[in-house]
Design a protein around this ligand. Sequence first.
Ligand SMILES: O=C[C@H](O)COP(=O)(O)O
Length: 251
Amino acid sequence: MSRPRTRLLVSVSTPAEALLAAEAGADLIDAKDPSAGPLGALTPETVTGIVSAVRANASFADRLVTAVIGDHRDADAALVAADRIAATGVDMVKVGLYPELDRPALVAALGRRLAGRTRLVAVLLADHGLDLSLVVRIADAGFAGVMIDTMGKGDGLLTITGLDTLAGFIGHARSHGLMTGLAGSLKVADIDRLVPLGPDLIGFRGGLCEGGDRTRPLDPERVRAAAAGLGALVATAASTGAAATSRHAAE
Ligand SMILES: O=C[C@H](O)COP(=O)(O)O
């Protein structure tokens, strides 16, 4: 059976940006305040506004809304923030597992508290190496997914993590039943290298903003280019699959 295609996640900071991103082809609308840090949170009111804006438009019925809880290095603060964001009605709540935290304990606590109420997505920060032993704990705690992002928004995920490591991460997480995602100062041109690894989603902010600056507004042309890039790879994969099927049928 073929896997679902890789979907495009775009981080937005206002309801207007959410609609712009959805209109331009984003599959997942990710509520985030880029000026407040790598995983900076918006207020619950703004997140609710984003959820309402997307859900009010029938042509965006297939889009999911996700939100981050903020850059917390304190487990109690992270739990409170996760509760608040889950209450906004987003489809998924993304939680950064910063190295300063007791990550296994936080993952277990989040799972107990929220896994029955929302889909939790753990975010591993690649800057200081990836601890893949967390993946099994994330799965056991009832999370829906795990993704990689970066803390330092510099030259991007691909300058600090090799494709082999990313492929290993995706295979490992998938073997534990988790949805997988890749992000971290990605550029539209990175799509060609990342999609063949088979992540369920790839996430962008800075690379789709005016001037490549994540604190500036989204550039609809860049969002369209990313959506088109993903679409083209899907079409190629589908025609390669169809050709293989007809070759097989002719043999
Ligand atoms: O979750 C996706 C992120 O918002 C990525 O942000 P970035 O592309 O600026 O690193």
